[in-house]
Design a protein around this ligand. Structure first.
Ligand SMILES: [Mg+2]
Length: 212
């Protein structure tokens, strides 16, 4: 079981830091104001466009690129204005990741810049062996197979020896099918085994302390 795992795959947002942080608000606002500006509309219009783009193309960024001409770096420009100091250092998370034996990768639908800022604030920069971001995935996000395959390929990950943590259950279905152990970070009991190789926990560091 977890004893055979030598590769740890970690989602970033709402997984390595809690859901409902002030960062989520800033990200949402950044994406919506970028869309509002690009499509010359207001925030309500941007919200509608965002839902359409996500439904049709997986992410707003990919949708805006496929249906328009926006440059990804221009789209992601809002990240440079985000105040990452709202993320507090997390010694419990640092200790948990340090205790994971083997390689540790961040697999995120966000950008590498965003991941680096968050990891720095949490104190995790030195604990992570690599970041696979939305640009590395050629803008195809989780939970699409193209994204997972590109991730596994990039780092030479054997799914059977890997465990993946994510706050979105939808992102874990395909990894589980491929043989990965999955840990859904969500509200519920502190930690429980839902099915073979499928865990859920409210508390990632607590889960690591109890099981590794
Ligand atoms: Mg997440």
């Amino acid at each position: 079981m977890l004893a055979d795992i030598d590769t740890w795959v970690l989602d970033l947002d709402n997984t390595l830091y809690p859901a409902g942080s002030a960062l989520a608000e800033q990200l949402t606002h950044g994406i919506l104001s970028t869309l509002a500006q690009y499509y010359a509309t207001d925030l309500a219009g941007a919200r509608r466009i965002q839902s359409e783009l996500v439904a049709a193309h997986g992410t707003s960024l990919r949708g805006a690129m496929v249906t328009g001409t926006i440059d990804p770096q221009d789209f992601l420009g809002f990240e440079r204005r985000i105040d990452y100091s709202v993320i507090a250092p997390d010694p419990a998370m640092v200790a948990a990741l340090a205790a994971l034996p083997g390689r540790r990768y961040v697999y995120t639908n966000g950008s590498a810049y965003h991941a680096e800022q968050v990891l720095e604030r949490l104190g995790l920069t030195d604990r992570i062996d690599g970041v696979f971001d939305i640009l590395a995935g050629e803008l195809i996000p989780k939970p699409y197979a193209e994204s997972l395959d590109a991730f596994l390929d990039r780092f030479g990950v054997d799914p059977v020896r890997a465990a993946m943590f994510d706050d979105l259950e939808v992102n874990l279905a395909l990894p589980h099918e491929r043989g990965m152990t999955t840990v859904w970070v969500s509200a519920g009991t502190p930690y429980e085994l839902l099915a073979e190789r499928r865990w859920r926990t409210t508390d990632l560091p607590g889960f690591v302390r109890a099981n590794i």
